[in-house]
Design a protein around this ligand. Structure first.
Ligand code: ZN
Length: 121
């Protein structure tokens, strides 16, 4: 076989291999980016759905159990945070004006419900 052909074939296979690796790396990056974007969208969907549920505008038997679980966890979290704050001896410094009386999330004028806990304001 012609030595040139062999060299060309070798170079071609090195080129193919590096192209394949480059494409693989690009695909991995693309997949990771898409995964991140999907995660953000699903989180956003969950947050919006929860907000609608709090406003009593979204009920579905397949979702209500999850909503209830999330709301219970949020209450648990707030209780734990409150206790931490109390133990740190900052209980007096707590509620500033413009904060939800229940969860202390900042409240913007015009808000009918707390963005943190859904309390009607
Ligand atoms: Zn609140």
């Amino acid at each position: 076989m012609d030595i040139w052909d062999e060299i060309k074939r070798g170079a071609q296979s090195v080129f193919d291999e590096s192209t394949r690796f480059g494409r693989q790396a690009r695909l991995r990056l693309q997949a990771r980016t898409l995964e991140d974007e999907l995660g953000d969208l699903i989180f956003d969907l969950g947050t919006r759905a929860l907000e609608l549920h709090r406003r009593n505008e979204l009920h579905h038997f397949e979702l209500d159990e999850t909503f209830a679980a999330i709301l219970a966890k949020q209450r648990e979290l707030r209780a734990a945070e409150a206790e931490i704050e109390q133990m740190a001896g900052r209980e007096g410094a707590a509620v500033q004006p413009g904060a939800c009386p229940d969860c202390r999330q900042p409240v913007v004028e015009g808000d009918r419900f707390c963005r943190g806990c859904g309390l009607r304001l």
